[in-house]
Design a protein around this ligand. Sequence first.
Ligand code: SF4
Ligand code: FES
Length: 291
Amino acid sequence: MSRDRGEITVRVFRYDPERDDAPRYEVHRLPRRPHMRVLDALNLVYEEAPDSLAHRWYCGTKKCGECALSVNGAPQLGCWEPALDEMTCEPLTNFPIVRDLVVDTAPYERLIMELRPFLSRSVRPAFPERLPHAGMAAAHRLSKCIECNVCTAAVAVKSIDAAGVNWWGWPGPAALVRFARFALDPRDETERSDLARRAGLAGFPDFPSLAGICPQGIDIAADALAPARRALFGEIPPPPAAPEMRRVFVIARGFSAFLNLSEALHRELCAAGALEPLAVDGIDRAFRLTL
Ligand code: SF4
Ligand code: FES
């Protein structure tokens, strides 16, 4: 059968933390359309869902970063990836759920702003300013980041509490890419070493899950993390290996989210009696966080 005919089956995560006790999954059988993307399927679901699905997108062309979600457990851009014959669409991992597929990125964006993601210069440059290509190449490469947070959904979080993920000291790759974009810009005069120490740049692990994950083609380890470490700290020992991680669903007092927990954090929370198993249809590892 042609890839442009037949049906696809989409299981969509539905959950309003303010109204529902637990999430549920809706199953939709949709006609396959030529060149169908995940976003096309979600827009069809939106049209036929009895109470409309909450999902976010804007440009439809890999420019705005708004449509990031999890498909069959993998973070990706809905407007760029093909619809699969069978797919489970869930909100982006590691971010609190607002409703259905929409997550709250505001706490993470606050962290990014604390990393001063802008140029600071003491002297106003001549206009037009000549920018040598060789000096600007690294920053230019990183300026292609569309802040979609797909990369941050592919790593483990270091710690959580009743209010959400604690990002300081383990800031996640999207924040580090933004930070590196300015750390590697020869025009910037911000003193960034202390910021990088507080943020945890040197100790942020080398996650294999980041290889090839960026929809903008940024090699996060080679283009951002390694050169920023070199620029700020010189030759230092390589970053630690990434921890083993498992994806879980958590309902806490102040948030609910899919989270990648390191095995160590998962063990620690279980030993402290802070993770109570929850029965949720369609989710193997669901817990109530009792912190
Ligand atoms: S580095 Fe790539 S994956 Fe990460 S936020 Fe930027 S565009 Fe998205
Ligand atoms: S809708 Fe803008 S990147 Fe997907």
